[in-house]
Write a protein that binds this ligand. Structure first.
Ligand SMILES: Cc1cc2nc3c(=O)[nH]c(=O)nc-3n(C[C@H](O)[C@H](O)[C@H](O)COP(=O)(O)OP(=O)(O)OC[C@H]3O[C@@H](n4cnc5c(N)ncnc54)[C@H](O)[C@@H]3O)c2cc1C
Length: 279
């Protein structure tokens, strides 16, 4: 299926709210008027409208967190960046509230999906920072539901353990999708025993532990990817998160993931980005 160009507005009711971190929650929405949710592909986004104290009918874009295969509801995972929208939504939205959601937007991950379906691609490398995990969660659940046959490497970067989104969900994804491998990178954590890391951030059964790895105290580098992903040259790369994670910081002379993997030898045509903000 091609990503849809036609957008639809739905009035949706919040039916469940889950805390992910101190500044991030997942919201489950259902249609308030018993309408079908518009067709979409994993990786696509919606606009969520909300009256903040600063602006009526303001909106922000959010990746759809749940795949279209899970019918009847849609989840969004919303993290505050101390800006002008999310902090108000996180503190005010409650179960039973109704909001306008409009979509779908974007085409992130639609190309590799097509390549996988056409058997032209067998390895995906997902690079996420913080709330950049959301479209990848959606894609992995889609892969589970549709029986996609692709190796997925998820490299997930956060500052500390308390910033980790989907702590409960990641072990379930590993269990349900046997071709998923996960590296959790905590850039500001140091010297924590592996047993404690498994217990605190990725409580998986013993037989799944060899599919989970940790990297502490420094940023993810291309060599961390190339040393793990055997077919790194032929893989497709999706990068999602804030602009600094993706494109680095020119003033500080720091490369983002995009430059790191390009310098490592990955062709630009195999890299796709979804940038969440200017920070
Ligand atoms: C296509 C797209 C999909 C998105 N999907 C999600 C999602 O699934 N979940 C989610 O929590 N956010 C997502 N965002 C970001 C979201 O739109 C909001 O900006 C975010 O929730 C922060 O809201 P805020 O009100 O705190 O900050 P805003 O008022 O929106 O922005 C304040 C500052 O924070 C920066 N910023 C915003 N988001 C980030 C970020 N993730 N990392 C670093 N800096 C950032 C902005 O550039 C701005 O400088 C997405 C953005 C885009 C463009």
């Amino acid at each position: 299926m091609e990503p849809s160009l036609k957008t639809t507005r739905l009035v949706m009711t919040v039916v469940e709210i889950r805390d992910e971190t101190d500044v991030c929650k997942t919201y489950r929405f259902v249609s308030a008027l018993n309408q079908d949710i518009f067709p979409y592909l994993p990786g696509q986004d919606v606009k969520l409208y909300f009256d903040t104290p600063l602006k009526k009918n303001d909106f922000r874009l959010y990746s759809i967190a749940t795949p279209p295969t899970r019918k009847g509801y849609m989840e969004l995972t919303i993290k505050s960046e101390q800006g002008q929208f999310a902090p108000y939504f996180l503190s005010q939205a409650k179960v039973g509230d109704q909001y306008v959601i409009e979509g779908p937007y974007g085409r992130f991950l639609s190309k590799p999906l097509k390549m996988i379906e056409n058997k032209e691609l067998d390895t995906l490398v997902f690079l996420a920072s913080s709330s950049g995990i959301v479209p990848f969660r959606c894609f992995i659940e889609y892969a589970i539901d549709t029986g996609l046959d692709v190796d997925i490497w998820l490299f997930y970067v956060n500052r500390t353990r308390k910033d980790l989104i989907y702590r409960q969900l990641l072990p379930a994804l590993l269990e349900e999708y046997p071709k998923l491998r996960l590296l959790l990178n905590f850039t500001r954590e140091h010297e924590i025993a592996k047993t404690e890391l498994y217990e605190s951030v990725c409580n998986v059964k013993d037989e799944l532990k060899d599919r989970v790895d940790f990297l502490l105290g420094r940023r993810l580098e291309f060599s961390d990817i190339a040393s793990r992903v055997e077919k790194w040259k032929d893989a497709w790369y999706g990068i999602c998160g804030g602009a600094k994670f993706i494109a680095g910081d020119r003033q500080l002379g720091q490369d983002g993931m995009m430059q790191k993997i390009e310098k490592g030898g990955v062709g630009r045509s195999r890299i796709e980005i979804d940038s969440y903000g200017t920070n």
